[in-house]
Design a protein around this ligand. Structure first.
Ligand code: ZN
Length: 251
């Protein structure tokens, strides 16, 4: 029996699914705005054309769908057999004809959505392992995909920006990134300040004696944190204004 609606009734999860679906629709829209020839041009990611981005986002949906299938059946189904195979797959996908590349994106997104929709409520708590070796509940797959579609829509480099990304998605992304820095200790000497909220959000090296303070609005700070530019970001060392430093690596 195939349901036409989500099996889960968890409001937080349903809200997450909405952000993932909106992000997928947004990526689809930006992709549709590109002509077949436009696909050959560089993306914002070093060494990747737009073709690589579309290929990666398509195969990413398939990989995430494997985790959802794992949760549904209890049979281990990793995202990728290995990182090498993941990378080969992206390079291969980038060589597909434009129509095949567009189909890869469309079909993989639909497949993932069906897997999510039909996943029984209990199975969302089933533990699965990501390609980085993180053990997570199946519900984490929604966020994993949300992050990919919104950020890579910007990487297509045809007009999307971090301003198009919903604030809750930006906030969670920035929290993920700063959490990763903090657990690795790579944010030493960096004080990060998000302005423009009712209360200013501060994190990073809050106990440091003279940290470099990097500040800006949420969209700008999230773009900076992911290594995608310093527009609208300012930095200060003491009272002296300086060029914003490169953010520590995220992945
Ligand atoms: Zn990615």
């Amino acid at each position: 029996m195939v349901a036409r609606h989500d099996e889960t009734t968890d409001p937080v999860l349903l809200d997450g699914l909405l952000q993932a679906r909106r992000g997928t629709a947004f990526f689809a829209r930006k992709l549709n705005e590109l002509s077949d020839m436009d696909l050959d041009a560089p993306s914002l990611l070093p060494g990747w054309t737009r073709r690589h981005v579309v290929s990666h986002v398509g195969y990413n949906a398939r990989a995430i769908a494997r985790l959802v299938e794992w949760a549904a059946t209890g049979v281990e189904n990793p995202m990728y057999p290995s990182l090498e195979i993941r990378n080969h797959e992206i390079d291969f996908g980038a060589t597909l004809s434009p129509i095949a590349l567009r189909n890869l994106f469309d079909h993989s997104a639909i497949h993932l959505n069906v897997e999510w929709r039909d996943l029984p409520a209990d199975s969302w708590h089933h533990k699965v392992t990501t390609v980085q070796g993180r053990v997570v509940q199946a519900e984490e797959t929604v966020w994993m995909r949300t992050r990919e579609v919104w950020v890579h829509a910007v990487d297509l480099d045809n007009g999307a920006s971090f301003h198009d990304i919903p604030a809750p998605v930006l906030a969670r992304l920035l929290k993920d990134i700063s959490g990763a820095w903090s657990s690795r200790g790579t944010d030493k000497g960096l004080l990060i300040e998000v302005t423009g909220h009712s209360s200013t959000l501060v994190f990073g090296d809050v106990a440091g004696s003279s940290p470099v303070k990097v500040s800006g609005p949420l969209a700008a700070m999230t773009a900076w944190a992911t290594g995608r530019g310093t527009a609208s970001v300012t930095a200060k060392h003491g009272v002296e204004a300086i060029a914003p430093p490169a953010a520590p690596p995220w992945i």
